[in-house]
Ligand binder design. Structure first.
Ligand SMILES: C[S@@+](CC[C@H](N)C(=O)[O-])C[C@H]1O[C@@H](n2cnc3c(N)ncnc32)[C@H](O)[C@@H]1O
Length: 221
């Protein structure tokens, strides 16, 4: 009887180990396959010679550049570098990352074209760990990864500023070009809530030029 009981417990524990192992394995695989899928998708989009998002910075960044403390900046999911290069031209020392190698290459070409240097590197932000207490400014344009926000906050130095703009759910409701997946769209006041422990310098939600619906924020750590 005792023997059977021991055997039962042993089998149960082995069974639980197997379940935990396969759950962890499937999680790791789904994260890395998702990353691989995104990389392929974006590399394909960027493979054309043209700059699909243009060479000029996001208007919100251009308009508010003077509010941002000079120093070291990080451009999250920088794409072809329009914003990173603008930051570099305005005296920032710029790091920029993106999952797409084609984007990084185009960003470096754009920097050369503008006679500035940027440190551009390939990184999957689903797994990459941002360095802590490093940046005076973090810029994030048209990229939404909610679980990265705590890391962005930690990566800023005290007094550092976040500048963020991306699509709201309204963008989809109004049928504008942009993400269809609701995971990539902000709910009303969501960006404001995500940075409610920072000092809000500027916040807006609006439809821009009848072309896109966005939320924009500048917040200080
Ligand atoms: C809409 S584009 C915006 C690019 C740039 N911020 C701009 O405003 O021009 C979104 C960017 O996110 C990048 N991206 C998507 N998933 C990513 C991930 N997991 N890690 C890093 N970058 C990612 C894409 O390669 C793409 O360049």
């Amino acid at each position: 009887m005792m023997y059977n009981y021991k055997k039962y417990v042993h089998n149960l524990i082995s069974f639980l180990y197997i379940i935990i192992f396969y759950t962890l394995l499937s999680h790791v695989l789904s994260v890395s396959f998702a990353g691989e899928k995104d990389k392929i998708f974006w590399n394909k989009k960027y493979e054309t010679e043209a700059y699909i998002f243009g060479k000029e910075p996001v208007e919100f960044l251009r308009e508010h550049i003077d509010l941002l403390p000079r120093g070291k900046a990080l451009d999250i999911a920088m794409g072809e570098g329009r914003n990173a290069v603008f930051l570099a031209k305005n005296g920032f020392s710029v790091d920029g990352c993106d999952i797409s190698e084609s984007a990084i290459k185009k960003a470096l070409d754009l920097a050369t074209e503008n006679n500035v240097k940027i440190h551009a590197f390939v990184a999957d932000l689903e797994t990459y760990k941002l360095p802590k207490n490093t940046y005076d400014v973090i810029a994030c344009f048209y990229y939404l990864q909610r679980d990265l926000v705590p890391q962005m906050k930690e990566a800023l130095k005290p007094g550092g500023m976040m500048i963020y703009e991306t699509y709201t759910f309204e963008n989809w409701e109004l049928g504008f070009e942009g993400p269809k997946n609701k995971d990539y769209l902000l709910k009303p006041n969501e960006l404001l809530d995500l940075f409610k422990d920072f000092k809000i310098i500027y916040y807006r939600e609006l439809v821009l030029n009848n072309k896109k619906a966005v939320a924009s924020l500048i917040a200080k750590k």
